[in-house]
Design a protein around this ligand. Structure first.
Ligand code: ADP
Ligand code: MG
Length: 884
């Protein structure tokens, strides 16, 4: 179908829809059945069986299975079956962990899935892009990805970037008129918007003509390569470390086996013991547990309204040393209310809060008559040069669209002006607002076909573009001292933390072309609006917490310096001698000059999104790990360049979301703090279970090694080693991954991203505790064995129990970087449950007679337990008090 050749009404007819009503829900249902979801067919899911089988592909596990087979052939059925069962259970656990990680990642994807704005049953609503059907009327604006192929019906200077389809990176200007040419390539169909392309400027409305695989993108989708699953830096580090650990474990195991054989142990016994030891000592599951810990942390973050798009961000979050945050909407409520108006050289004050339409105008403490000269026209212009709408739901007023625009609607309503209808004034062209231009204009035609332009925007942008101003005596030339008066008014408003907007107009004759570059010049300035945007309640304390955590908060805004400074002061963000740098200064500064002052700078005002990139780079040059927020299209490069790109869930655009690694569901600065806190905690938890697991493994290997060196019998049999690996190592380690943070995580300075896995004394802790666990287990074994040389099983049971108990006690030490007493041991319920269930399983294995032959155990008495507890508590008692 050549949609681009058809007029809009023909498209409407063919798709049975009208542009101002949208589809009915019945039509939507039918079409969804007919065409399916609006998605590109992605890569097929890997089957669950494969994931399950993958758990056994590990080399050592295969060797173990082979060894078991041999054991079975040799008639050792009990050993063979016991080992088989343990290996299977291990596989299942790995499988479920992987499933869980996978599921939570899927959930994440869903949460950050693209949305589309559609008109259905005459109402605009936001839906998931995949729910869009053919015939839907959709609205897109700068920063959005076009959700499906659309025939454009209305374009407000809409431009799209289609390089994904055409390779052409220059944006294409879109319009709505039909094109008659016969065979046009996608790039020349300038009245069409294509799925997946990016709106870089303006806005537009279109009718969906193709969804899913029936789009231009769908046709080439099969050509696109699927992205591989990315692994995080920590996972990579651990994988590398894992190789070393495997080598060490294998070497030590080989030594144990060789020594054992030399001491006269049967080769077959030593072989099985060696393989079991290798399986137990090799932390092959570590990267997987790390992934689980990361994804569980991610779920906790979701509960705190932070969506992580890349797992690696979880790690980087803990390293953040600077947060560069937008002011408007992130630190503030983004709920604007006009409080003051400067008109006819006088300040009027407006009462009322939020978007509530109750409120009055006062001049010198007296209520203002709406007939005050110029007041009504100023407010009317504010309503015309506007993209928001004021709506009411259950008696409460709210804004659809830009809050700055919304505030002007509310202000107009306070003197009784309601929405302007299309008949009297018709907007024939809009020059959209963006943070670079800092202004917006509309060209309006009135009922007498007279044209004029209204421009509103930052006062310091509008004043230089104005040649006249208006007061009670009519229009006058804007001279230097008049400008000064305006500037005084601007400053006085900005000092009160008010956001200032100037509004001006200019008549235009009908023969001036509407795309002239000279339109927004020679304006007549009418007045100023001053609006309040209160800071969010939680932000002040969040900034303080960040400060204590060694993280600097920097405010970035397009607003006036004075407004920015006033709000920064309110939030306690700007210290006594902190610097405020303005956009024009940034332009003049070289990179070096900026680096010289950036450590002392806390506020950047009147900046454009392009400046953000320079700011990120300067901080990074200074060695900082930078988190940067953004919402608009032009913020994307800075977000990408930062270490942690943060986008807004509510007011953010698709591009910034795609570029970011973290999405704030509530657009709130305080959420960044929570995410950093969680990020730090996750990393600490990972350190905790690495510490626990490796110390346990060191203990397991050493007890065997020492025994062989001392020419003793095997202190542990293979099943016991495997049991320890499965139960005592597995459960508590996972519970450590769910531990609460230590009280002081937000009182430490940020972690150095280059620090190794064993940094900050972790290596020492692992080795020292590990050696001691090995020694006490051996002592317990020796004492028992020497007293009962003819009952090896007895000695082995004591050794096994001591090892398990030593680990279960040691796990509490792993919860803190400080002394064991700095934490309440009953705080982590998961850990308690893990320890208790490990203990119960231990008792079952020792005391339940049917299991005794399988696990080579025997009954233990009170005196044995006294020995076991004394020995197993020793490592933790000796080291638990120290900070080392
Ligand atoms: P920020 O989001 O950091 O507050 P913006 O770039 O959005 O900064 O706004 C910069 C300035 O542009 C504001 O101080 C205001 O004067 C002006 N402005 C903001 N929104 C609009 C709008 N919708 N129409 C016209 N001017 C606006
Ligand atoms: Mg803004």
């Amino acid at each position: 179908m050549r949609w681009y050749q058809l007029d809009v009404d023909r498209v409407e007819q063919k798709l049975h829809v009208t542009t101002n009503r949208g589809l009915t829900s019945k039509q939507v249902d039918e079409r969804r059945k007919q065409y399916g979801q609006n998605v590109l067919e992605s890569q097929k899911n890997i089957s669950k069986w494969l994931i399950f089988l993958k758990q056994f592909q590990d080399f050592m596990v295969l060797v173990l299975l082979a060894a078991t087979l041999i054991a079975g052939l040799l008639g050792e059925f009990i050993d063979a079956i016991a080992i088989m069962v343990i290996v299977l259970v291990n596989g299942f656990i790995g499988f479920f962990q992987e499933q869980k990680a996978e599921k939570s990642l899927d959930k994440l994807k869903e949460l950050s899935a693209p949305m589309a704005t559609v008109l259905r049953e005459e109402r605009w609503e936001k839906i998931l892009s995949k729910e869009v059907v053919v015939g839907d009327i959709i609205k897109v604006s700068s920063g959005d990805r076009v959700p499906a192929d659309i025939r454009i019906v209305k374009s407000n200077s809409m431009e799209t970037e289609e390089s994904a389809l055409t390779g052409e990176s220059l944006p294409v200007m879109k319009h709505a008129t039909a094109i008659v040419t016969d065979s046009l390539d996608a790039q020349d169909q300038i009245n069409m918007g294509f799925m997946g392309t990016l709106v870089t400027r303006g806005s537009g409305v279109g009718i969906v003509v193709g969804t899913g695989m029936n789009t231009v993108m769908g046709q080439i989708a099969s050509l696109m390569v699927s992205t591989k699953k990315a692994i995080t830096p920590l996972e990579r580090k651990l994988a590398e470390l894992g190789k070393i650990l495997i080598a060490v474990a294998l070497f030590l195991t080989a030594v144990v086996v060789a020594l054992g054989v030399l001491q006269g142990h049967p080769i077959y016994n030593m072989f099985l013991a060696g393989v079991s030891l290798a399986v137990a000592a090799i932390p092959e599951g570590l990267p997987a547990i790390v992934t689980v810990a990361l994804s569980l942390g991610v779920q906790r973050m979701i509960r705190k309204k932070a969506i992580v798009r890349k797992l690696s961000a979880v790690e980087t979050l803990g390293c953040a040393s600077v947060i560069c945050s937008d002011k408007t909407g992130t630190m503030t409520e983004n709920q604007m209310t006009v409080k003051e108006i400067y008109l006819n050289g006088e300040h009027l004050y407006v009462t009322g809060d939020g978007y509530d339409i109750r409120g009055d105008y006062f001049l010198n403490k007296e209520k203002v008559d709406p007939s005050l000269p110029n007041l009504e026209s100023m407010l009317l212009y504010g309503m015309l040069c506007n993209n928001a709408s004021l709506n009411v739901k259950k008696g409460k007023y709210y804004i659809d669209g830009d809050p700055t625009d919304g505030a002007l609607l509310v202000a107009a309503r306070k003197i009784g002006l309601k929405a302007v209808t299309g008949k009297k004034f018709q907007v024939i062209k809009e020059l959209p607002f963006d943070s670079d231009r800092k202004r917006m204009s509309v060209i309006v035609e009135d009922e007498n076909n007279m044209r004029f332009m209204i421009t509103k925007g930052a006062p310091d942008v509008l004043l230089p573009r104005s040649s006249y101003f208006i007061d009670t005596n009519g229009r006058k030339l804007l001279k230097e001292n008049d400008k000064n008066e305006f500037n005084q008014a601007i400053n006085s408003m900005a000092d009160k933390a008010l956001r200032t907007i100037a509004i001006g107009m200019k008549p235009i004759s009908r023969d001036v072309p509407l795309d002239s570059a000279f339109l927004e010049k020679d304006l007549t300035i009418i007045g100023l609006f001053g609006m309040i945007d209160p800071p969010r309640k939680e932000v002040k304390s969040a900034i303080e917490e960040c400060r204590q955590a060694g993280i600097k908060t920097v405010m970035i805004t397009g607003d006036h310096v004075k407004t920015a400074r006033a709000i920064a002061k309110n939030l306690n963000l700007l210290p006594e001698n902190g610097l405020v740098v303005e956009g024009y200064q940034l332009n003049q500064m070289s990179m070096n000059e900026l680096e010289d002052v950036i450590e002392d700078t806390y506020v950047f005002a009147r900046v454009t999104p392009e400046h953000k990139l320079k700011i990120v780079k300067a901080f990074q040059e200074k060695g900082h790990i930078v988190a940067m927020t953004g919402d608009g299209v032009n913020d994307a490069p800075a977000i990408k360049a930062s270490d942690i790109g943060i986008s807004m869930g509510i007011n953010g655009t698709d591009v910034t979301k795609e570029a970011s690694s973290l999405i704030l569901m509530d657009d709130n600065f305080a959420t960044i703090k929570s995410a950093i806190q969680e990020g730090r905690n996750i990393y600490e938890n990972i350190r905790k279970f690495i510490r626990y697991l490796l110390a346990s493994n060191v203990g397991e290997i050493l007890v065997m090694l020492f025994a062989m060196l001392l020419a003793l019998p095997l202190p542990l049999v293979p099943v016991q080693i495997l049991w320890v690996n499965l139960v005592t190592d597995g459960l508590p380690a996972m519970a450590l991954g769910l531990d609460k943070s230590e009280g002081d995580v937000m009182k430490r300075s940020p972690r150095n991203p280059r620090e190794g896995v064993f940094a900050r004394g972790l290596g020492y802790k692992i080795i020292s505790r590990g050696i001691l666990i090995g020694i006490v287990t051996l002592i317990a074994f020796m004492v028992t064995y020497q007293n009962n040389p003819d009952n090896l099983i007895y000695g082995q049971t004591v050794a096994f129990t001591t090892l398990v108990m030593a680990q279960l006690i040691h796990v509490f030490d792993c919860r803190s970087e400080h002394s064991i007493f700095s934490r309440n041991p009953f705080e982590n319920v998961y850990l308690l449950l893990a320890v208790i269930s490990s203990l119960l399983l231990l008792l079952v294995v020792i005391y339940w007679e049917p299991l005794q032959p399988i696990f080579h155990t025997t009954f233990l008495g009170v005196r044995d337990w006294m020995l076991i507890i004394a020995m197993s508590a020793l490592p933790t008692v000796l080291f638990g008090f120290t900070k080392k």
